[in-house]
Write a protein that binds this ligand. Sequence first.
Ligand code: HEM
Length: 411
Amino acid sequence: MIHLTEGDRMPEKLPVEFVWNPEFGRDPYAAYAALRKKGPVHPIEFPPGVEAFLVVDYEHGRRALNDPRLSKNPFEGPEAFRAILGQGNPVLAHNMLNSDPPDHTRLRRLVAKAFTPRRTESLRPRVQEITDRLIDAMAVKGHAELLDDFAFPLPITVICELLGVPVEDRDDFRRWSTALITPPFDDEQILLRVEANAAIRAYFLRTIAGRRAEPRDDMISALVLARDEEELLSEEELVSTLTLLLIAGHETTVNLIGNGMLALLSDPGQLRLLREQPELLPSAIEEFLRYEGPVERATFRFSTADMEIAGVHIPKRSLVHVSLGAADRDPGAFDDPDTLDITRADNRHVAFGHGIHFCLGAPLARLEAQVAFGTLLRRLPDIALGCPPDELSWRQDGSLIRGLRALPVRF
Ligand code: HEM
């Protein structure tokens, strides 16, 4: 475990334990604050054996997210990273998130129409219906595990319906997603990843074949048409795009609901304020995103040239982690960054990223969160944590996503 205090000398390179230990899992923000005092950019050995750097301030982080010298294409990455990639993650390698222009522009454009704020808004009645049904089932029990009973089924149902895959397969999707986004540090994780990769690929290839034979009114059929009739994307890109949408469509929103609910239920003053002034809901959601955003470090990039960030030399083919969690707690960008303030004005957080890869699903995530938080507070007016906050445990698998393992609540 590594402690950084005022007087500590910095290690030459932060060891993997910096981000992969239970203490960091509980409170990464304290570790980031200590690091930020030493400087905005630090070499780090994460994943192990890979030449990498960690950006922990808002200004350089935001700029890095939009720097064309920093590629999203994993094949531009360090050799050691490509070796890890070779251990079973190619299914995610050929979509908009993992490509640069012009491929990025082409692949994003194909699905962007489905995610505009207007199209998304039309889903509100259905999102409300799903939310109500989940709360009906919880309400009779008097207690719930909010992630399994609510925060997971809501976004996965929405994204399954949008894509056109059966929601009954959601347990498989969850298992595969977890395996694909967990950094593969040991043989067991590598095996799970290889299996998940093959399984999700086979699943979508089967579904695509089905739509070729019998098109429906869903996103998969539209993408199959774009592939077959207009040749706008390859079969590999089609599978990769569907995988990305499925994973991005739920892994993150689950944790916006979980992390946001924990923050709110741990702060009686803010909870009271939101109950008294429900019109604060949109700004409360932006604050949950800033305060405890779900995408912690899953925004890495690869340097395509020797470059400098904040005076630190970054050799070509390095991996650069931009910590959105650290940027959004930077006192240089936010007053009282460690305080949850649902009335915060001008909240220019980077929880959805910045630049050309800015989250395509942000309008959908915001809609789901508005319906989820609004309905939970209205229909379960006594909702409270089911255990003291320090008994909760965070995912601590070196994961790049910030989320709880479970969130018991009673009402
Ligand atoms: C990209 C966060 C929900 C789809 C991103 C990025 C972030 C992010 C930070 C940029 C990554 C980077 O620059 O490396 C979030 C958060 C969410 C959320 C915090 C929920 C609270 C969703 C949903 C969808 C979605 C519901 C729906 C399918 C995408 C896609 C991209 C993306 C397709 C890639 C965009 C591109 O590369 O141009 N998201 N996301 N996200 N997100 Fe989300």
